[in-house]
Design a protein around this ligand. Sequence first.
Ligand code: HEC
Length: 233
Amino acid sequence: MLVKFVKNKIVKLILAVINKMRKINCYKRVMLVGATGLLLGACTKNPDSPGLEFMPDMYRSAAIEAYVDYGVVAGNEVDSLTMRMSARMPVQGTIAFSADTSKAKFNYPFEYLSPEQDPTAYELAAKNLKNPIAYSIEVEAQGKELYGKFCAQCHGTTGQGDGKVVEWGNFPSPGAYDKKYKETTEGQMFYTMTYGKGLMGSHASQLSKEERWKIVHYVRTLQNSGTNPLAKQ
Ligand code: HEC
């Protein structure tokens, strides 16, 4: 009984809609059908998809921005836009420009090759490479801050080779700066920070040359019972 009643109601409703459609003029009818089509056309199964893109340049900027693959936006792929030029490596041999001439020297390529390219480079750097940054308490303080962020987790805050990574286990202690590395020269430190050594990875991508040299000043302090040998002079 109830089913029949509901069925009747639905049929009546459909008839009413058809009747109304008859009354509105042809132009309006096309508009109505078109608008409904557009609305439904924008629906897709993927909830993350923006659906049909009516104005694609709102989603895909015409200007090229670094690190953006315009071929894929929210799972929607447009092959012709994939992997257009965005971020690229500088041309080999390019040297960054520095308006501050006192810093320009840090932009030159590092003259000591990696241990793979030149097995003698480590020894040569240890002997000949000197810190280009003059010592000062400020520079040492900056080195200390960087050391706390990039080195202390392994080498320990006081350089005893007892950082958190070692404390938690499964990582051997590198050894203390004032014992095992007492004789390590500044050139050697810089070289190791640049290319890594054994279990220690390269820090060249995280720290600029200038930052690495500032850290060297602080490691020299840790190597000498908290007093930098250059501070006495
Ligand atoms: C992942 C842990 C880890 C981090 C982070 C790390 N080191 Fe090391 N470091 C080691 C280990 C392990 C060694 C011993 C390498 C070897 O001789 O095999 C080492 C060795 C060294 C040496 C001795 C190099 C030599 O020539 O014998 C110096 C100096 C040094 N680290 C400085 C630093 C500085 C400065 C930082 C921060 C920029 C740093 N380390 C970050 C683990 C680390």
